[in-house]
Design a protein around this ligand. Structure first.
Ligand SMILES: [Zn+2]
Length: 435
């Protein structure tokens, strides 16, 4: 390769302080012979200009070029101090771009972290693209990702805090299903953290670690209707308005509709729901908000209930769910109180056990449910969105065994702001080339 093209290739590589001496494709990979451009360097011990002392070649992988993995053959320089009194004799050159004994350049490690974290790509896929092992990628994700996640400014500016329980691991033969609690910034729509277990202590510990000014900034807390959370909040967030948001209340009501459907299914047909069973066929329609149903959906729902629900209990549970939704849909507090009365009245009238249990939970959380209206209906969208992202990360990770890994992956995916430069639009206006 000539002088001229070498300079171009060096610019193309764009690795600060390095120049490319030769480039060739070997076994489907780019092999780039590189060296640093530094020619004068002071001794690390005494500062006297050092003397070159030969070179040693090291191999390190970098970002792919044109879809091919890249190996840099770095002709690493050795230096020697020429000052006889100096204790330092020889040393090899160092660069921030490549850590000593690293398999990957720092920028390739950062990119590995971005792909696994931000894009939720599988670690194995990223490892394959870079031509390294799974462990190498995971180490890069840990080192680069931990810095991003532990950055204290990441948690700044939270006015509405959402707490949500999410399944961490499905039960296996040896361990029960484990849950974690997700803490969400309801206004920014980002995941703040996840803590192991759905216990009071876990949330308490997390809140306890926040500075007083941070806690004072939180005016609203939206949560899953579970007592443990509320008591954990009392001391550190006693000033905040506690709200049971729409998302959690409807999820609870949907669970009840499902329970009643399964019980009636078993009682009428003597088996669990199968593809052709009328109730099984409308299981999703039953959970759809009434106003979201299409005309065809409404017809199917009615038909399914008329054949599969002879006692009308599933229909009663469905109506109960819709009446609870109406509490949230009501405009203003007085209307919400009236809607709440309608819900209780309905539940008392139909006498469906699962629904009565729901009404008792609603009663216990009535203040927090109605408070939703006092806070101007704090949004439940973010919790829902974060829940979807959590599912995605779980799917890509094929189930996590390690909580630290799981937390890191989740926070990198939905709790960190990634700075990605925007590429120029190729079809946009650009200066015309003059021939
Ligand atoms: Zn020296």
């Amino acid at each position: 390769m000539g002088q001229h093209s070498s300079a171009s290739v060096s610019r193309l590589l764009g690795l600060d302080g390095f120049q490319v001496l030769a480039a060739q494709v070997v076994g489907g990979e780019w092999q780039l012979e590189v060296q640093t451009t530094a020619t004068v360097i002071g001794c690390v011990g005494c500062g006297v200009p050092a003397k070159p002392h030969g070179r040693r070649q090291v191999r390190v992988r970098d970002l792919p070029i044109g879809g091919r993995p890249v190996v840099l053959l770095w002709r690493k320089r050795l230096w020697r101090c020429r000052e006889p009194a100096c204790r330092v004799r020889t040393w090899t050159e160092r660069t921030p771009a490549v850590r000593p004994r690293a398999v990957l350049t720092e920028r390739a490690r950062a990119e590995a972290c971005r792909r696994v974290g931000k894009d939720a790509h599988a670690v194995a896929a990223v490892a394959r693209d870079l031509g390294v092992g799974w462990q190498t990628v995971m180490r890069a994700v840990h080192e680069h990702g931990t810095q991003l996640v532990e950055d204290p400014t990441r948690l700044e500016g939270v006015a509405a805090l959402g707490l949500d329980e999410t399944n961490f691991l499905k039960a296996t033969r040896r361990t029960p299903t484990r849950c974690v609690t997700g803490l969400v910034d309801l206004q920014g729509g980002r995941l703040l953290d996840v803590v192991a277990d759905r216990t009071r202590g876990a949330v308490e510990g997390w809140l306890g670690a926040r500075p007083a000014a941070w806690l004072a900034g939180v005016g609203t807390v939206a949560l899953d209707p579970w007592r443990g959370y509320a008591s954990a909040l009392v001391a550190p967030l006693g000033h905040a308005t506690v709200v049971v948001d729409h998302f959690h209340a409807v999820r609870l009501a949907n669970t009840v509709v499902d329970q009643v459907r399964r019980r009636v299914q078993q009682a009428t047909l003597g088996h669990r729901g199968r593809k052709r069973d009328p109730l099984y066929r409308i299981r999703k329609l039953l959970l759809t908000a009434a106003e979201q149903l299409t005309e065809r959906g409404r017809v199917r729902l009615r038909a399914g209930l008329s054949t599969g629900d002879p006692t009308g209990e599933v229909a009663a549970a469905w109506q109960g769910k819709e009446l609870l939704r109406a509490v949230y849909a009501a405009v203003g507090m007085p209307a919400a109180v009236v809607a709440m009365g309608r819900f209780y009245h309905w539940v008392d009238g139909v006498g469906v056990a699962e629904l009565s249990r729901l009404a008792r939970t609603v009663k216990a959380w009535e203040t927090e449910i109605l408070a939703w209206h006092a806070t101007g209906g704090c949004s439940n969208g973010p919790t829902e969105a974060v829940n979807l992202l959590v599912k995605k990360v779980k799917r890509v990770g094929h189930g996590f065994r390690n909580f630290t890994n799981y937390r890191l992956r989740l926070l990198l995916h939905c709790g960190v702001t990634w700075q990605t430069p925007r590429p120029a639009n190729l079809r946009g206006r650009s200066p015309r080339l003059v021939a």
